[in-house]
Design a binder for this molecule. Structure first.
Ligand code: NAD
Ligand code: ZN
Length: 358
């Protein structure tokens, strides 16, 4: 089964994509490690504790529950988790296992990054979004009241264990939201992965194991490669933001309550595609393929009542502006994108209007 190397100045490790990989967790815990602290959510633990418990049999461990949700992805939760680790006898030899969706991965990863100035973390993502995105790459952190992920640091894991078996219990909407991030990977860097998403739509939606394993591995391969080339998002890693500049504006404008992240990214990819068409860097037929593909995994929640001008204003507030200029990741063809700040305000507004009306 595929395993993808991630090489960064901080650490080299593998992102393993394998059905049943959870059962082999024990092989990845260093023999000299002290107590293991599993940070997870109740529901996830109830559904999937079996193989984890079996794999760590005989090792000292403690399960620490985290309430989850964006509202709890805050510094105060990290402090509460750290208190529990300490009370549980945690020390510098301890390790953290982040076992959950992206919120657990980010929060538990950050806890590991700062507990006693840093202890190792193993990432075991359990949502599709976390498997193909959040758990690989070492970005950890929490939200401030003013915005998402504004506090954090890079803390690369010992290993990322991606077991597609856990996806079977995921609510359909969460699963589909993750699929948009896979479409994103196809558009930015892998035309054949994009083709699988188009051709095998039914198998993807029905979660046929072979198809799911293939698309998850396809997306993880790209994320691992991009992070290896550019850990700190100075250059190449920015291509992962395709659909995200517009998507973040949509999430913020709707107060993170109407759209799941992946759904906002789907809309954002549409807006970026309309912008690329307007700028003349993308052919109509290629643009159509992208728009049709995102639509075929829909619908996303209604866009009714949203103002294009308000969304355009939100773009300026994105933390990824560089010296006040917004850099857009625009498709040139399926499988290839360009990063550019060379677009007019009118073109951006028109692209948003078209994406809202579509
Ligand atoms: N660090 C990064 O590079 C990075 C990248 C992308 C996203 N993120 C972050 O990830 C977060 C979003 O992650 P998410 O979409 O996974 O949301 P999430 O962690 O809230 O999980 C979504 C829901 O699925 C449930 N769940 C998790 N695994 C399940 C399973 N196997 N079966 C059934 N239910 C399950 C959770 O309890 C939760 O209710 C955001 O905070 C975002 O900022 C981080
Ligand atoms: Zn994303």
């Amino acid at each position: 089964m595929p395993s993808f190397p991630v090489q960064t100045p901080q650490r080299n490790y593998q992102a393993i994509v394998e059905r049943g990989a959870l059962a082999k967790l024990g092989d990845h815990i260093p023999a000299k490690a002290g107590k293991i602290f599993i940070v997870t959510e109740w529901d996830v633990w109830n559904m999937h504790q079996g193989p984890v418990l079996e794999a760590i049999q005989g090792r000292p461990f403690q399960v620490i529950f985290f309430s989850g949700g964006e509202v709890n992805k805050r510094l105060v939760s990290v402090e509460a988790l750290a208190d529990q680790v300490l009370l549980g006898g945690g020390d510098r030899s301890s390790i953290v296992i982040a076992f959950g969706g992206g919120i657990v991965c980010d929060t538990a990863g950050f806890l590991a990054a700062i507990f006693m100035r840093g202890i190792p973390v193993i990432q075991i993502p359990t949502t599709l979004l976390a498997q193909v995105d959040a758990a690989v790459g070492g970005k950890t952190g929490v939200n401030l009241a003013e915005g998402k992920n504004l506090i954090g640091c890079f803390h690369q894991p010992l290993v990322v264990i991606i077991d597609p078996n856990v996806l079977s219990t995921l609510p359909d909407r969460e699963y589909r939201a993750g699929l948009y991030e896979i479409i994103k990977c196809g558009v930015i860097a892998d035309a054949s992965l994009f083709e699988v998403m188009v051709r095998e739509r039914e198998a993807v939606l029905a979660q046929h194991p072979e198809t799911v394993d293939r698309i998850v591995a396809g997306a993880v391969r790209i994320k691992a490669h991009v992070v290896t080339e550019d850990e700190r998002e100075e250059d190449l890693r920015r291509i992962l933001n395709f659909g995200h500049t517009f998507g973040h504006a949509l999430e913020a404008e709707t107060k993170y309550s109407r759209f799941l992240h992946g759904e906002a990214v789907a809309w954002g990819m549409n807006a970026a595609t309309y912008l690329a068409l307007r700028c003349g860097i993308l052919e109509q037929s290629e643009g159509r393929r992208i728009l049709d593909c995102t639509a075929s995994y829909g619908p996303i929640p209604s866009l009714e009542g949203l103002s294009a001008a308000a969304l355009a204003a939100r773009l300026q507030a994105d933390k990824k502006t560089i010296q006040g200029k917004i850099h857009f990741v625009l498709p040139e063809a399926v499988g290839r994108v360009r990063i550019t700040a060379d677009v007019t305000g009118e073109a951006v507004l028109a692209a948003i209007q078209t994406a809202l009306a579509a």
